[in-house]
Ligand binder design. Structure first.
Ligand code: UDP
Length: 339
């Protein structure tokens, strides 16, 4: 099957492209390389284009005879979305609308979409089932929820077949260590802690120690990026029989910020300096998935998502690529640059 992977040069996208290739799919990546890296998707056709460019999307769907789309292209930082909501609505909502219109005009009916646990806001019950109300508490979560609604409506009216995959905290890297997470500036917990281990940062700041959790720090469900990649393949296969899928993708286990730091210290064998700071805006205290529906509908189970394996593989990537990918948009990377 020929699959267009929009945002396929990014972190989760590049791992999924590799997985799909191994399963016999023919992925074609469409990415504007604003956050992604061509280096992460060697050996796969790359169309450098923007989500807003509906004409180029249509041309790409036609020229590559695409049968299904996997869509990763989004801004995904909670804090940034609070300060720059326009950027989030424009890219995540309007951009996705353009993609859906391009698909309609080309008669492409299958879409796998990256949604998020941020659509649940502060959950009343943990672990979170898909039946819980979706009440986001930040613009990022609202943009993803808006797209979920758009997918439901396009399904009813135009026959779109879709899977909305609500990721919990994507983490880790492929065990070969040649692709991984590279954000500038980095804001995610595990990469930051590993940068401390590498001596690139003096310390990690724990955002809040007064949450209603056993050790006072936030609890998250970390799911390995290779498990997420496999779920996209499962969803593509299942869309033949199930036209509207909405599932959580998590490990089903939660770890506090302190526990994650302790695991990083254990895996790296290096001392991690820690400082304690105030809460970060938009962070719910506890997000843990109940992943049972994904097992029932997709036949998917997280098999790579022990915290130890996540940190070991992330460390494999970060310690072998301390400056991340060597190139950015085809140009040599300048250490310390920011996007
Ligand atoms: N966090 C932290 N210090 C950091 C980065 C993150 O304490 O430097 C916390 C953050 O408040 C959250 C958890 O680690 O509770 C995971 O944050 P991350 O940004 O990795 O993912 P998010 O949950 O925002 O998707």
């Amino acid at each position: 099957m020929k699959v267009l992977v929009v945002g396929g040069a990014g972190y989760i996208g590049s791992h999924t492209v590799r997985y799909l290739s191994r399963c016999g799919y023919q992925p074609v990546v469409y990415d504007n390389l604003s956050l992604g890296f061509a280096e992460a998707i060697t050996g796969v056709p790359l169309v450098v284009g923007d989500l807003h460019d509906q004409a180029l999307l249509e041309q790409t769907l036609r020229e590559h005879q695409i049968e299904a789309v996997v869509h990763f292209a989004a801004y995904a930082l909670v804090g940034e979305s609070v300060n720059e909501p326009a950027k989030y609505y424009e890219n995540n909502v309007i951009g996705t609308f353009r993609l859906l219109q391009a698909m309609r005009s080309r008669g492409v009916t299958k879409l796998v979409f990256s949604s998020t646990c941020a659509t649940y806001g502060v959950p009343a019950i943990v672990p979170i089932e898909e039946t819980q109300p979706q009440r986001p508490i930040n613009p990022y979560g609202f943009t993803k929820l808006a797209v979920e609604r758009m997918l439901q409506d396009f399904h009813r009216a135009y026959g779109l077949r879709y899977a909305a995959l609500r990721y919990f905290n994507a983490a880790g890297a492929t065990p070969t260590g040649d692709i991984g997470e590279d954000h500038t500036p980095e804001s995610h917990l595990i990469p930051i802690v590993l940068q401390v281990a590498l001596g690139q940062r003096p310390h990690v700041t724990v955002f809040g120690t007064d949450y209603p959790t056993p050790d006072g720090t936030c609890i998250r469900d970390y799911v390995h990026v290779d498990d997420l990649a496999a779920a996209h393949e499962r969803a593509l296969a299942r869309l033949e029989e199930l036209p509207a899928i909405e599932v959580n993708l998590g490990s089903g286990r939660g770890f506090s910020v302190r526990e994650v730091i302790a695991e990083c210290q254990q895996v790296t064998g290096r001392k991690i300096a820690v400082e304690f700071g105030p809460r970060r805006a938009g962070d719910p205290p506890q997000l843990v998935a109940k992943p049972d529906l994904a097992k029932t509908l997709l036949g998917w189970e997280p098999i790579h998502s022990s915290l130890t394996h996540i940190v070991q593989t992330a460390w494999g990537w970060h310690s072998s690529h301390p400056q991340g990918y060597a190139t950015r948009q085809g140009k040599p990377r300048v250490v310390g640059d920011s996007r």
